[in-house]
Design a protein around this ligand. Structure first.
Ligand code: RB5
Length: 158
């Protein structure tokens, strides 16, 4: 699976650990930074990963900052993106099965390396189930398109 990964300075070490885990799992991972612990504006990294996912260059994205929250808030501003902060396996699974999230965010100040790997594994192995969730996800896409169109943009990605 093609996966884009990104982080800010607070999550550099966890990002490296997750990247190594993905490589070990034979996933196709592209690191969009940061590459050291120099402070950055985390929204810039979130924008880079979220845009690449929305454009279809990657099936999934993983964004890590101190809490996972700033990354999720920013990623969700990119039309077509559904990003969720998950620090437990159940939420990670539901974010895929019910919400069809393409981006997982986590906080390096919240979760340890081993649990983070387990969460990533569950998230990667879970697929969108549609069914009763389909009209709800469709409604999210419509709301996304409503605001995007109002600003002169095209169709939000699914
Ligand atoms: C540090 O910049 C911290 O604010 C950031 O990593 C993240 O927790 C934001 O949501």
């Amino acid at each position: 699976m093609a996966i884009a990964i990104g982080c800010d300075e607070a999550a550099f070490e966890l990002k490296e650990a997750i990247k190594a885990y993905l490589v070990e799992q034979k996933q196709e991972v592209v690191d969009m930074g940061v590459y050291d612990t120099t402070p950055v504006l985390y929204p810039d990294i979130a924008l880079k990963v979220a845009t690449a996912v929305a454009d279809g260059q990657f099936e999934r994205g993983i964004l890590i900052c101190g809490t996972g929250l700033g990354m999720a808030i920013t990623a969700n501003k990119v039309p077509g993106v559904r990003a969720a902060t998950c620090h437990d396996v159940y939420s990670a699974e539901r974010s895929r099965k019910s919400n069809n999230c393409q981006i997982l965010t986590m906080g390096a100040r919240v979760i340890g390396v081993e649990l983070a790997k387990t969460v990533v594994k569950a998230w990667l192995e879970s697929e969108y189930e549609g069914g009763r969730s389909a009209p709800k996800v469709q409604r999210m896409i419509e709301i996304d398109e409503m605001f995007h169109a109002a600003r002169g943009g095209g169709k939000a990605g699914e």
